[in-house]
Design a protein around this ligand. Structure first.
Ligand SMILES: *Cc1c(COP(=O)(O)O)cnc(C)c1O
Length: 408
């Protein structure tokens, strides 16, 4: 991390250091109100289209909290959650590793000066060309959950170590239950370990993902228990001892995080207490990104129909607000302008800018009357937003600018 405070390290990090970082003060304000005040000053400076604010101090706080709660678990930030270079650079400066799922994600992280050894290529099913690229740049740890993948890694990157991705417990509560797609079933564990053994590939450890955006924390306990069973299965097959346990993502900032950390620490003590030398890593995405980003979208059109107000804004479900469809994000926008007490509100519809009727942000939502040129603020807009937007209809998600800020 070098000398100085963690914030100084973040401010000189690649991805951050050549950009302007707006300092703002909370004074007596709640964090969200302080961000809104900053956004008013940005909007007042002549910005005329949707923008995000990334509060680097928030990332720093979350990182400090992670280390307090899970001091022995190194976070490998899941790049897919939000690949904003300043986010990646800040986390790299704080000592995080990275979970990358493709060649371009690996390139983005390496471009910030991160060591290839701090990257886990955590996509169980990879295109051959991407595996060959990982081999070229020395990314030597990847997940798998099929025999085909063993054969492919053997062909394209024989020096690569494997991490067996197992299926976590069913987590119907999560926004995205990744177990539908990934992870070895219990009876597939031994055949998959054998396949690696036959191929002469080392299996360094086990990973799982309990699902993204859930509130259940007991799922970590079951998954850690199942991981230990896989460690034991490898030993029974005479394989070299495994040394990595990757507890995946699924963390949410807030009180749930404390609960999850307690469950994890207890389960690690119970199931891995006799293996003190294993390296435990996690792949948090949402935990770091969700609350660090705030969106301001500009009202670009308006129509009054009887009692209903209809607005068009310049971000929508094909842009960073794709999280409404893809990630069950529930928008609760507020006007950026300070409200007047007792102000009348109207049932309002807010549309995105593209010509598709699916591009609807919210309906039947109470808002005071707004004019073209005013702004709506959406909080907690960092997870699965800008990274998964499209260029549909010529509205490029990448045109939505991100302002860097830090709250003191
Ligand atoms: C998406 C993903 C993550 C991040 O999940 P969050 O719920 O955002 O923390 C971590 N690991 C893998 C393998 C993923 O696919």
């Amino acid at each position: 991390m070098g000398g100085g405070s963690p914030m100084q390290a973040v401010l000189v990090a690649p991805g951050v250091k050549d950009r302007k970082v707006l300092a703002f003060n909370r004074h007596a304000l709640k964090e969200k109100d302080a961000v809104a005040a900053l956004m008013r000053s940005i909007a007042g400076s002549g910005v005329r289209s949707a923008f995000h604010v990334l509060d680097l101090a928030r990332v720093l706080d979350l990182h400090a909290r992670w280390h307090r709660e899970l001091p022995d678990v190194r976070p490998y930030y899941a790049v897919k959650c939000n690949p904003e270079p300043a986010m990646l650079g800040a986390l790299a400066a704080l000592g995080a590793g990275f979970d990358c799922a493709s060649r371009r994600e690996i390139e983005a992280v390496l471009a910030l000066g991160v060591e290839p050894g701090s990257i886990v290529y955590a996509n169980p099913c990879k295109p051959e060309a991407h595996i060959e690229y990982a081999a070229q740049v020395g990314v030597n740890l990847t997940t798998y959950d099929s025999e085909e993948e063993v054969a492919k890694v053997k062909r394209c990157h024989p020096g690569c170590e494997l991490v067996l991705r197992i299926k976590g417990p069913v987590n119907g509560d999560a926004k995205v239950d990744l177990g539908v797609k990934y992870g070895a079933l219990a009876d597939e564990v031994v055949p998959l370990l054998r396949a690696a053994q036959r191929a002469g590939l080392a299996v360094a450890g086990v990973s799982f993902h309990v699902g993204s955006g859930g509130s259940r924390t007991d799922v970590y306990r079951e998954a850690i228990k199942a991981s230990r069973a896989a460690f034991d299965a490898a030993e029974a097959l005479g394989m070299p001892p495994m040394r990595v346990l990757d507890i995946g993502g699924g963390f949410v900032a807030g009180a749930t995080f404390h609960e999850a950390a307690a469950v994890i620490k207890e389960a690690l003590a119970q199931h891995f207490g006799d293996l003190p030398c294993i390296e435990v890593i996690g792949e948090p995405g949402r935990y770091f990104a969700e609350t660090a980003f705030t969106l301001a979208a500009r009202v670009i059109g308006k129509r009054t129909r009887g009692e209903v107000q209809e607005y068009w804004i310049d971000d929508g479900v094909y842009g960073s607000l794709n999280c409404i469809l893809m990630d069950d994000y529930v928008p609760r926008p507020r006007p950026l302008a300070a409200g007047r007490p007792g102000e009348k509100t109207y049932a309002s519809t807010v549309f995105g800018p593209t010509c598709d009727s699916l591009d609807t942000v919210i309906t039947g939502y109470q808002l005071p009357e707004m004019s073209v040129g005013e702004w709506l603020v959406f909080h907690d807009m960092g997870a699965y937003t800008t990274g998964s937007g499209s260029n549909f209809n010529g509205f490029y998600t990448s045109d939505i600018k991100t302002f860097l800020a830090y709250c003191s």
